[in-house]
Design a protein around this ligand. Structure first.
Ligand code: PBG
Length: 330
């Protein structure tokens, strides 16, 4: 073996903060971050979400204010999620493509008042179904793929008409990206982008989100295992991403974040497309809880996770910490 020491001293490049910055491989910036925003009916409303301290549901007018500030501070985009009134839910989820629905109104209002904002709108049926699943159920309780995709395309078109920049199908039905791309093209929305939740795992880290959009009670003890991916697999993720690229996705999403960075890295190595990573609600709540206990330093652990997600290959990160991270980076 060649004698490397003392010729090589690795610590030289770690010796001062200036040198460390000079050789740093990944740098996070505000425009890499996407803030999820929960929308609810009403006026002048800000509702706390008990399982996600610090995160709120906003009525449209208050969401506009929030997004105005975020946009001014350089956020990359916002991702909208609705809490739908129980009376508007059904098995067919027809409220999802109501042109005057909550999200459609929110998109129009935000685009009007904050034209510089970039809006990602979620395409999935779970906030709109009585049973909390992302698809339409057969009488026997099976989730019907093609029937669901029909509804998703209508939902996507109504979001595009309202002015969404990016349509984000998070449902994991087969073939939905192609069908959404087709309906957008047919209706001349040739510039509307598709962010496909391609590698979305059936994860236990989504609990607080389901609380926030109000689907947790409807879902009960049922799982989403027949459409979201098995967390033991990587091969599936590669196939899903490849398919979605071929079907017309502009970017792909990997979700959850931190426990799935091996997936991010593999996709980054194999395929050439912007990768978005979702640091999900359960990840947020874990970091929040441990910080409230005083057991770890919130700012430091959050910034570390975001840097690690980027290091693994993320182009952008959806995180409930986006707003705070923007402040910390200043
Ligand atoms: C539903 C959807 C979920 C999330 C985003 N879109 C939950 C689910 O699949 O049940 C989870 C996000 C989070 O946990 O932060 N289509």
């Amino acid at each position: 073996m060649k004698k490397s020491f003392p010729n090589i001293r690795m610590r030289r490049l770690r010796s001062t903060s200036g040198i460390r910055k000079l050789v740093r491989e990944t740098n996070l910036c505000g425009s890499d971050l996407i803030q999820p925003i929960f929308i609810t009916e009403g006026k002048n409303k800000i509702q706390k979400i008990s399982s996600m301290p610090g995160i709120n549901r906003y009525s449209i007018d208050m969401a506009v204010k929030e997004i105005r500030v975020l946009t001014k501070n350089g956020i990359g985009a916002v991702a909208l999620f609705p809490q739908i009134n129980r009376r508007k839910k059904s098995n067919q989820a027809s409220e999802a493509y109501n042109d005057d629905g909550l999200i459609q109104r929110a998109i129009r209002e935000i685009k009007k008042k904050v034209p510089k904002s970039t809006i990602i709108s979620d395409v999935a049926l779970d906030p709109y179904t009585t049973h909390g699943q992302d698809g339409i159920l057969s009488k026997k309780g099976k989730i019907l793929n093609d029937e669901t995709v029909e509804v998703l395309t209508k939902q996507a078109l109504s979001h595009a008409k309202s002015g969404a920049d990016i349509i984000a199908p998070s449902d994991m039905m087969d073939g939905r990206v192609l069908k959404i791309r087709e309906i957008l093209e047919r209706n001349k929305f040739v510039d509307t982008m598709i962010l496909a939740y391609s590698a979305k795992y059936s994860s236990n880290f989504y609990g607080p989100f389901r609380d926030a959009v109000g689907s947790i009670k409807s879902l009960g003890t049922k799982s989403k295992d027949s459409y979201q991916m098995d967390y033991a697999n990587t091969g599936d993720a590669l196939r899903e991403v490849e398919l979605d690229i071929n079907e017309g996705a502009d970017f792909v999403m990997i979700k959850p974040g931190l426990p799935y960075l091996d997936i991010v890295q593999r996709i980054k190595e194999k395929l050439n497309i912007p990768i978005f990573v979702y640091q999900v609600s359960g990840e947020y709540s874990m970091m929040k809880a441990v910080s409230q206990k005083g057991w770890l330093n919130e700012k430091k652990i959050v910034m570390e996770t975001l840097a690690c997600i980027k290091r693994a290959g993320a182009t952008a990160i959806i995180t409930y910490y986006a707003k705070e991270a923007l402040k910390w980076m200043k």
